[in-house]
Design a protein around this ligand. Structure first.
Ligand code: FAD
Length: 280
């Protein structure tokens, strides 16, 4: 909890090596001191990280002692693959899932899954496992990159809530107004599930620019210009990034955001620096 008692949670990706796994456990132990509500672990669409996601979730859950939620995507998995994973997670005591459509990595061809969209995955999980899992879904205050327009994407988001999602986590963004606008529009549609802003700490400009282009997150010109001007000066980038993200979080909390979800990229320090500022 931050000093304002806002729930926080941290997202990781499954490491590819034993050394990476050990490092992640160390990072998770540092972040566990921040008393997160849960950790989440991403899933490579098409099942490319099926074992790594499972192993990481169970290790964080059982050894670090913070409830861990696997991400699960339907785009390349059959119903049978999904059923097997769900039954396994339930048997292992996992109680929360981040339910997604996912994106197949380039080179893996077209979607081969039987479920096409995340609302169908939410329906499937509810049909298979009832209310056992708390289900999180993705939300896009700046619109999903493939959506033809904001209104269509909003309707598609609402399908996920109506299918039985308990809560949503947003794609990251740097403009608080887009979040408040999105939440207002969801509320006007009569949907009241919590919508937790996804927060991306800023530590490296070129990686951030690449990610943001791919996932449709806009980097405001004033942030882009400043980061470009720092060049390779990573200390200045981190100091500026911490300031920008701390102010964004402050605004979100003041405006009523029900929690914060940090995309940690398996690093503790950038997130801890922001949380330190929020505590004042
Ligand atoms: P959907 O909600 O299915 O939406 C995808 C697109 O289809 C949107 O344009 C939407 O408007 C449209 N659409 C939705 N439903 C319908 C429908 N019924 N009919 C017609 N159109 C529809 N990716 C990964 O591969 N692994 C991860 O672990 C992962 N974790 C993520 C965590 C968070 C919090 C977020 C925000 C994203 C994550 N992603 C992950 C990325 C995500 O998988 C991609 O953004 C993907 O392109 C869409 O997934 P979705 O669940 O939002 O899809």
């Amino acid at each position: 909890m931050t000093n304002r008692n806002i729930p926080i949670n941290f997202e990781f990706f499954p490491p590819k090596t034993e050394a990476g796994q050990a490092k992640l456990v160390a990072v998770a132990n540092v972040l566990a001191d921040e008393q997160p509500e849960f950790f989440s672990v991403t899933y490579g669409a098409g099942g490319s990280t099926r074992d790594g996601t499972r192993r990481t979730v169970l290790q964080l859950n059982n050894e670090v002692g913070v409830p861990a939620a696997p991400h699960l995507s339907c785009v390349g998995d059959s119903r049978e693959d999904l059923r097997t994973l769900l039954n396994d997670y339930r048997a292992q005591g996992i109680q929360r899932i981040v339910a997604l459509r996912g994106d197949l990595p380039s080179g893996m061809g077209h979607a081969s899954g039987e479920l096409r969209y995340a609302n169908e995955l939410v329906e499937f999980i509810r049909a298979e496992t009832g209310d056992h899992f708390k289900l999180e879904v993705a939300a896009y205050p700046e619109s999903h990159p493939q959506a033809p327009n904001f209104e269509t994407d909003l309707k598609n988001f609402i399908r996920k809530a109506q299918a039985g999602a308990d809560s949503a986590i947003t794609q990251y963004f740097f403009n608080a107004d887009c979040y408040f606008h999105f939440v207002d529009r969801v509320r006007q549609a009569g949907v009241d599930i919590p919508i937790i802003p996804g927060i991306m700490p800023i530590t490296n400009y070129s990686k951030l620019a690449r990610f943001s282009d791919a996932c449709g997150a806009e980097i405001p010109r004033w942030i882009r210009k400043q980061l470009e001007a720092y060049g390779d000066d990573s200390d200045s980038i981190k100091a500026f990034g911490t300031e920008v993200i701390s102010q964004l979080c402050e605004r979100l909390i003041e405006g009523g955001a029900p929690g914060l979800h940090f995309y940690t990229l398996n690093q503790a320090e950038p997130t801890v620096a922001v949380l330190r500022n929020l505590r004042g």
